[in-house]
Write a protein that binds this ligand. Structure first.
Ligand SMILES: *Cc1c(COP(=O)(O)O)cnc(C)c1O
Ligand SMILES: [Zn+2]
Length: 397
């Protein structure tokens, strides 16, 4: 069953519907977990090990073996900050971001519904993922990207997997509005995160974190927030497993935004339940360069209900954290993902995060997604002949 998060109106699972017909609010799937957590043991470690908890037809699954991502204990960085730190590395998914979790479920639903064309607006990763899963499913794929603002690796993926890519003169929010209109006119099946099936896939990040910690909850989960679907999904996942009795505690959901694109943090600091859109969002972290997040209600509920927090970080703090994580722990992430680490650092400094807390930072996408930003952050390699004497001298410096 699909339910409106604001007015509680209910809709059938097989209705193609993105927002509530009665009040216009966002929708979610309502599922009851009536299995024991022991059934997950011994299964292949990917997202579909949780298939009983994902409300789609398992005979229609379109998968690239997503999920089951690394969960790295980061003692060097954790000790420096005085916390017990784990990093969930979502860049290890098939197309290099957590979007694959949403897409395997969303594409499975598309097959169930029998649609022929899928589409999305994207800051990059959603299009990369949709293009790959549409190829696997054999469906036509249309993507809208904000012109000039998509990281090179993501653009390469969307084009290479055969999506019909349109570069929209406008920002992400405008591209999404246009794409949504076309979906409502039934030109295509929309696979942005307003589609509640996307979040049914992404909630498994929450499932896995609890499982990775041997069925304990961390004190806090920190992640970057853009369109605000992922923080909503992870909260849904941990809440479902908590309600099923698999863990005794819940984490404080902590959403980090870039200073130039921070409608959720603004709303949180005022205690509001809805955001006021940011008109011209700007940040180096293009994956979270979003001014009007569609899942604002769900995300703010997650933060308030979990006694969580939201904070902003500057582009400089993001790029510093990206390099710190890469050089201290060997984990390479794209700028948006590093917002979680930058936010952790800032909230420890501010005393919002207590010393000794067990923290999971979700790093959402791979370093190679945005090679230009990575190269710009480094000094150029030294050009030198393959002459041993010269090289020896250089190494002794
Ligand atoms: C999509 C994305 C985000 C933002 O997630 P939302 O669900 O839109 O809040 C953050 N980081 C990366 C790498 C992403 O691709
Ligand atoms: Zn409603």
């Amino acid at each position: 069953m699909i339910r409106c998060v604001s007015c509680g109106a209910e809709y059938d699972d097989d209705e193609v519907i993105y927002t509530c017909e009665k009040c216009g609010s966002v929708l979610e799937l309502v599922s009851d977990i009536d299995v024991s957590k022991d059934i997950f043991d011994g299964r292949r470690d990917n997202l579909w090990k949780f298939k009983e908890c994902i409300p789609v037809d398992e005979t229609k699954i379109v998968s690239l073996n997503e999920g089951g991502t690394p969960f790295c204990k980061c003692d060097k960085l954790g000790d420096e900050l005085g916390v017990n730190l784990y990093v969930k590395v979502e860049g290890s998914n098939p197309t290099g971001s957590f979007k694959d979790r949403g897409m395997t479920v969303g594409m499975t639903k598309a097959m169930e519904l029998g649609v022929s064309t899928v589409g999305c607006a994207s800051t990059g990763n959603t299009s990369a993922s949709l293009a790959a899963y549409a190829a696997r499913a054999g469906l036509r794929c249309i993507v809208f990207l904000p012109s000039g603002k998509v990281a090179l690796g993501k653009l390469a993926q969307a084009m290479f997997h055969g999506a019909e890519v349109m570069s929209i003169n406008g920002n992400f929010d405008e591209a999404l509005e246009a794409m949504t209109s076309l979906a409502l006119e039934k030109y295509l099946y929309l696979l942005n995160s307003i589609n509640p099936y996307r979040l049914e896939g992404q909630k498994t990040i929450g499932y896995e974190i609890l499982r990775d910690l041997d069925w304990q909850s961390p004190d806090r989960i920190i992640l970057p927030v853009g369109n605000a679907g992922n923080i909503s999904a992870i909260w849904k996942g941990v809440s479902e497993f908590y309600n099923a009795g698999f863990v005794k505690d819940l984490p404080m959901m902590t959403g980090i935004q870039a200073e130039g694109a921070c409608p959720v943090t603004n709303a949180f600091k005022k205690g509001d339940k809805r955001v006021v859109p940011v008109e011209n969002p700007e940040t180096v972290a293009t994956a979270i360069r979003i001014g009007a997040p569609v899942s604002d209600i769900k995300a703010l509920n997650a933060i308030y209900d979990s006694n969580g927090y939201s904070e902003t970080v500057s582009d400089e703090e993001i790029l510093d954290a990206q390099k710190l994580l890469a050089r201290t722990e060997g984990i390479g992430v794209e700028p948006a993902s590093a917002a979680s680490i930058a936010g952790l650092k800032k909230l420890v400094d501010q005393g919002v995060i207590d010393k000794g807390e067990t923290i999971t930072c979700v790093v959402t996408g791979h370093l190679l997604k945005d090679p230009n930003t990575a190269i710009d952050a480094c000094t150029k390699p030294i050009e030198v002949d393959a002459d041993i004497d010269t090289l020896r001298k250089l190494l002794m410096n």
